[in-house]
Write a protein that binds this ligand. Structure first.
Ligand SMILES: [Zn+2]
Length: 126
């Protein structure tokens, strides 16, 4: 006879009953599902905060300029996180521009980057 050591994923108590049961009851199932959902939301919120901060830094440095060269260290000092961007635009020459919403940068030689602002705001369909 098989002894059960399965624990409820929500409350950690031993689960009695069918072998595939993961929760004590519907209450524990709901608690677990809501917790998982809010963890997802917390992660999404965190990423959006980083992206918004990146955008704010780019906007602040660029000001009214259409384009501006800037050492990467200047962005880093302001807290810019180069790993986070919303999308990449590749021009005909094959240069990759990394965007945080409508502001972006092109990495250029010598640890510099070229800051830019998108002109057209539409996102291509599909
Ligand atoms: Zn439980």
């Amino acid at each position: 006879m098989e002894t059960s050591t399965r624990l409820c994923l929500a409350c950690g108590k031993t689960v009695k009953g069918r072998i595939d049961k993961k929760f004590c009851d519907d209450y524990c199932r709901n608690v677990y599902n809501n917790r998982t959902k809010s963890d997802d939301n917390a992660f999404i919120r965190e990423v959006i905060q980083v992206l918004k901060k990146n955008r704010r830094i780019l906007a602040g440095l660029l000001g009214e300029e259409g384009m501006l060269k800037m050492p990467k260290t200047k962005l880093l000092h302001k807290g810019f996180q180069f790993n986070y961007h919303t999308h990449v635009y590749t021009n005909q020459k094959g240069d990759n521009y990394y965007f945080c919403f409508e502001y972006g940068y092109l990495p250029i030689a010598g640890d510099w980057c070229l800051l830019v602002k998108r002109k057209e705001e539409k996102i291509p369909a599909g």
